[in-house]
Design a protein around this ligand. Structure first.
Ligand code: FPP
Length: 224
């Protein structure tokens, strides 16, 4: 969800105004996703490295996240959206953790969209934790082979990613779902996140559908 800050700066507004406009784009995207065949959506809301930003921006972003959760919870329940946070919780304000837990509990039955909010998230950290869990799981006498470890890590981290959309012209993964993106299709758009529209999402899905995914194999032969 890149480009909030630049979107605001280009309008002479403070960066947090860009994040607020970004929250509107989040709402639109969540509403449109199920209709476009998206069943799992992971949004990178706050990376573990975002703590490096000025305290004022960090505080405003975390408050915005809390407000969003409080405001949107009922709509998520009504629309079958299951909310889950991924990332560390021990560095977040207690009030935000409480809101996340309440929202996760209240929306647990949602079946239309699994919305994963990456907050204080680092993929390297997630993989390291998954590997530690996997070693524990395999240390009950069985040999911890590389394959066994890999399978266990797959179980611990999230589902494989089909498509990554990165906005505002950036072309990096920035410690986002590194394991899960092994065969993800990548789509980079110059559009700044607050301007990302339902039509942009629909175009991204259409573009994804044109990609030939081989997963290291050969193209599928179509019979004449
Ligand atoms: C990156 O753009 C954006 C973020 C670090 C924050 C994303 C957060 C939101 C959109 C707020 C609401 C989120 C939810 C899930 C309700 P940037 O600030 O780095 O922008 P820049 O690259 O133009 O400086």
């Amino acid at each position: 969800m890149d480009g909030n800050g630049r979107w605001a700066a280009s309008r002479g507004l403070p960066r947090i105004a860009g994040h607020r406009a970004g929250a509107d784009a989040v709402r639109r995207t969540i509403e449109a996703a199920p209709g476009l065949g998206i069943s799992i959506l992971t949004l990178y809301a706050f990376s573990a490295d975002n703590w490096r930003r000025p305290g004022r921006e960090v505080g405003a972003l975390l408050r915005l996240l809390g407000r969003y959760l409080a405001q949107e919870r009922e709509r998520c329940i009504a629309n079958g959206v299951r909310v889950q946070a991924i990332g560390r919780r021990d560095r977040l304000p207690d009030s935000l953790v409480a809101l996340l837990e309440q929202t996760e509990r209240a929306t647990a039955g949602g079946r239309k969209l699994h919305l994963r909010l990456a907050i204080d998230y680092s993929s390297r950290q997630a993989i390291a934790e998954a590997a530690a869990e996997a070693v524990k799981a395999l240390s009950d006498g069985r040999q911890a082979t590389a394959d066994g470890l890999s399978r266990q890590i797959c179980r611990q981290v999230g589902p494989d990613v089909d498509l990554v959309i990165r906005t505002s012209g950036e072309q990096r993964l920035s410690d986002f779902l590194l394991w899960e993106c092994a065969y993800a299709e990548m789509l980079f758009t110059p559009r700044k996140w607050p301007d990302f529209s339902t039509a942009d999402l629909s175009d991204a899905v259409s573009e994804f559908q044109t990609r030939e995914r081989r997963f290291g194999g050969l193209p599928v032969q179509r019979s004449a």
